[in-house]
Design a protein around this ligand. Structure first.
Ligand SMILES: NC(=O)C1=CN([C@@H]2O[C@H](COP(=O)(O)OP(=O)(O)OC[C@H]3O[C@@H](n4cnc5c(N)ncnc54)[C@H](OP(=O)(O)O)[C@@H]3O)[C@@H](O)[C@H]2O)C=CC1
Ligand SMILES: CC(C)(CO)C(=O)C(=O)O
Length: 303
């Protein structure tokens, strides 16, 4: 199976490297400046004390090659539109597209552009791009995939993605799983952006009741949408978001304080819009959005 990994950042670099190391036929679609450096230096990936650099197959927008069997979208939501343009020449009639972004809004966008070929999926990893080096910061490296239609997930996809280094899972109810992951990420984003710090500091400052209220508020939206968060996922969210002393922050918060473009509209704006349509009250989510939008405008007036 020929796999196109779109983006070689935190997620694309990590998952792409594991696939490459397992002998899968992976090509990374990257932008031209990065391609130049990767062609010269190889792709460096550091995880669990292992530091390796591999020469990898690279493709830059517009370069010609045959369509791929599987396109994995590993870009931030802010780059999704251009990535969807860029993959057009590499998507054939049988190509499947697996976005691994957080959130849900991208599923409709991919489906509109390339109907009938979208798979559901998400990752659990803490990974980042430092210079040109991809770092996996904890041992956690999960990839969960499922069919969004009545058709089962093709066996060839499972075979291609189930490789050492990746804790791979298939979910028949991938939409429910996506909602669960989304509610956790959104709750982490709302709390850390609203109170502007890591979970442990928020708790020290007396914020625990507000963290509980946020998790409850967002889980209520999922329930209204018909995707109630399972008991196990509720407990896992609370364990992570209410741990005293925790240094955990969301990538939304880290991007915001660094002055980068954030996935706020994709992760929180979309959720607030759906909540309004469902008649679900989300005062904390709404406050966080106003805060993030205000800060984003102050940092980047064009936002
Ligand atoms: N990092 C993590 O630990 C986790 C991330 N996620 C989610 O995964 C998604 C991806 O995040 P992450 O991997 O961290 O993001 P990164 O910013 O680390 O990586 C994205 C990469 O995509 C590249 N890119 C953007 N547009 C294109 C394009 N058109 N063609 C080729 N390459 C492109 C960027 O390159 P350039 O430098 O040229 O802009 C960048 O290197 C997000 O939705 C995030 O929320 C989910 C779980 C954990
Ligand atoms: C929170 C974490 C690290 C694990 O679920 C994650 O996968 C994410 O940031 O999206």
């Amino acid at each position: 199976m020929r796999i196109l990994m779109v983006g070689a950042g935190g997620t694309g670099g990590a998952f792409g490297t594991y696939l490459h190391e397992a002998g899968r036929e992976v090509t990374f679609l990257v932008r031209s400046e990065r391609a130049e450096r990767l062609r010269r230096d190889g792709l460096r990936f550091v995880s669990s004390g292992l530091d390796r650099t591999h020469p990898v197959n690279l493709l830059v927008r517009g370069e010609e090659t045959a369509p791929f069997d599987l396109v994995v979208l590993a870009v931030k939501a802010t780059a999704l539109d251009s990535a969807l343009d860029d993959i057009a020449p590499y998507v054939g009639p049988d190509t499947l597209i697996l976005p691994i972004l957080n959130g849900m809004a991208h599923l409709d966008l991919v489906e509109q552009r390339y109907p009938g070929r979208t798979l559901g999926g998400f990752v659990r990893i803490v990974a980042t791009l430092d210079g040109d080096t991809v770092h996996q910061l904890t041992p956690l490296c999960g990839l969960t995939v499922g069919s969004l239609t009545e058709e089962p997930l093709p066996a060839a996809v499972v075979e291609a993605l189930d490789v050492p280094g990746i804790d791979f899972a298939v979910r028949d109810d991938i939409r429910s799983a996506l909602w669960e992951k989304w509610m956790f990420i959104a709750a982490a984003g709302v709390t850390t952006c609203l109170f502007r710090g890591p979970i442990g500091d928020i708790i020290d400052a007396g914020g625990l009741p507000h963290i509980h209220a946020t998790v409850q508020e967002l889980e209520a939206v999922a329930a209204h949408a018909g995707y109630p968060v399972s008991e196990a996922a509720q407990q896992a969210s609370r364990a992570m978001l209410t741990e005293p002393g925790s240094e955990f922050t969301s990538s939304l918060y880290r991007d915001l304080v660094a002055g980068y473009r954030t996935e706020a509209e994709h992760l929180l704006g979309d959720l607030a819009r759906r909540a309004r349509e469902l008649g679900s009250d989300t005062p904390l989510l709404d406050l966080a959005l106003v805060q993030i939008r205000t800060v984003s405008r102050a940092v980047r007036p064009e936002a």
